[in-house]
Design a protein around this ligand. Structure first.
Ligand SMILES: [Fe+2]
Length: 487
């Protein structure tokens, strides 16, 4: 692999060029010049990481090449080599800061290489620091300057102004209360400094005004004498600081002004962040509403698609959903479980979409083979919903609503312990609605008769807890309104 760093070497002596090439090619990609003019041409065409040139060369001396390099790329380390008898030009270059190192021949190549690598590393670190400082300066320039309004006469006012100036704050000195109110009322003031000597009502008025303009504004009270009155006044108006005896020294005063100025900055930042969070929450809420609306449309679309395919299910799925949810409520299920039951019940026969017409619409009794085909509506339905994230919660109900507690149901022959309560509820409601619904070949049974028909199924097939809950609903008169046969 080619080294990343480029090193410009210029010397008219082919032996030196060859020696340098051999010594440095492991660490550097070499740009070789045979004289001063070639070196200058390479300087203009490339940007090496370091430059090593001989002083005595045809075309232009090494010191002239390095002078040009200093102008073009001041951060790049510049090294000069010269014959031992010719140090004057090199010393001249050193004194003018045009070179970083100066070597006499014969060169100690390993020493030169070490110096080259060190100088490049230092130049790169300096460069990174320079970029960082530049970025910080730009960021600082973007921040609006802190504005401090000061109503405090005399030496104390001057000292506060100096302390603020030390922090780079912009200070507006007010001459009197009216002046201060005008400055604060115009807005853009971060800190208000007032002397309590102006009178408590006046201080309170300034605090009220500042708070009305921007509640983030910080208030600093000045009272060279420590007094309970000034401290309690500061406390009662929510002042950020109260400057009393012993009056802070220059450095401490500047720190306390900085601390006072930090309060409005923090408050405004908090306000901005809070606003961002509120906006983000609102967007999230709206997005959720859209997703929920999409889920409802999807669910309705699937149910209507099944009803269009199988007229028998028209009304059946809605009734099974209503009966199941009411039964779940009686059994004390949580809202989330009730929602799973509602969706699962609405979709429990969705797999019938995939059953062939001659089987689905057969008006007479199905053959065993055809019955096996009908049974696949449970697994077909589960496969349909497994690919829809918002409806995947309904998969157990769709797949297992024909299971029986004794393990003789389908498709998985699950036993009671493996059948979730939500599934058992929908199974009970499904059977209840099937018995009470009118078919072309028979009228629907009334609820009382339906419970009699279901009685032998309780235990081996249906869950006694579920059927008891349905019976309870019936006794309370809260079931028949959900059934097709109202008798
Ligand atoms: Fe079914």
């Amino acid at each position: 692999m080619q080294p990343e760093l480029e090193l410009l070497i210029a010397d008219d002596d082919p032996t030196i060029r060859d020696l340098c090439s051999r010594a440095f090619r492991g660490e550097f990609r070499l740009l070789i010049a045979k004289d001063g003019n070639e070196a200058i041409a390479l300087l203009k065409a490339t940007h090496p990481a370091a430059i090593l040139v001989d002083e005595m060369m045809p075309g232009a001396p090494g010191s002239a090449v390095l002078r040009l390099a200093k102008e073009m790329m001041p951060e790049v380390p510049r090294l000069l080599m010269t014959a031992s008898g010719d140090p004057a030009a090199a010393m001249e270059a050193v004194n003018h800061g045009e070179i970083h190192r100066f070597y006499t021949k014969p060169l100690k190549l390993m020493e030169v290489k070490r110096a080259l690598l060190e100088l490049i590393a230092r130049a790169r670190a300096d460069d990174a620091l320079r970029i960082e400082l530049q970025t910080l300066r730009q960021q600082k320039q973007k921040l609006p300057s802190t504005r401090v309004a000061v109503l405090c006469e005399g030496d104390n006012g001057d000292r506060i102004e100096q302390a603020c100036g030390r922090r780079g704050f912009q200070v507006v000195r007010a001459r009197n209360l009216n002046d201060l109110e005008r400055v604060v009322g115009a807005g853009g003031v971060d800190v208000v400094v007032v002397h309590v000597g102006m009178g408590e009502p006046e201080v309170r008025e300034v605090a009220r005004l500042a708070n009305n303009v921007d509640e983030a504004t910080a208030l600093v009270l000045v009272d060279p004498e420590t007094s309970i009155q000034s401290l309690s006044l500061a406390f009662s108006i929510g002042a950020t600081d109260c400057l009393t005896a012993p009056w802070p020294d220059e450095v401490l005063l500047s720190v306390r002004m900085e601390r006072a100025a930090a309060r409005p900055r923090d408050k405004r930042e908090l306000r901005r962040l809070t606003f961002d969070v509120v906006v983000a929450n609102r967007e999230l809420h709206n997005a959720n509403r859209r997703v929920e609306a999409g889920q409802v449309r999807l669910l309705n679309g699937l149910v209507r698609a099944l009803e269009a395919r199988d007229p028998y299910t028209a009304g059946h799925t809605d009734r099974v959903a209503d009966i199941s949810v009411r039964c779940g409520e009686v059994l004390g299920l949580a809202t989330m479980q009730l929602e799973v039951i509602r969706v699962g019940a609405l979709l429990h026969d969705i797999g019938k979409i995939g059953i062939r017409d001659e089987v689905l619409y057969k008006p007479i009794r199905l053959t065993p083979v055809e019955f096996e085909i009908i049974k696949t509506h449970t697994t077909i339905g589960a496969r349909i919903l497994e690919g829809i994230e918002s409806l995947v919660c309904a998969v157990p109900i769709v797949r297992n609503h024909h299971e029986k507690l004794d393990g003789t149901g389908y498709p998985d022959r699950k036993v009671a312990a493996d059948i979730p309560l939500e599934v058992r509820i929908v199974s009970g409601a499904d059977v209840m609605d099937a018995i009470t619904s009118t078919r072309p070949y028979r009228p629907g049974s009334g609820a009382d008769e339906a419970f009699e028909i279901m009685e032998p199924m309780v235990g081996p097939h249906l869950d006694a807890v579920v059927i008891d809950a349905l019976r309870g609903l019936h006794r309370e008169g809260r079931l028949t309104d959900l059934l097709q046969a109202r008798g």
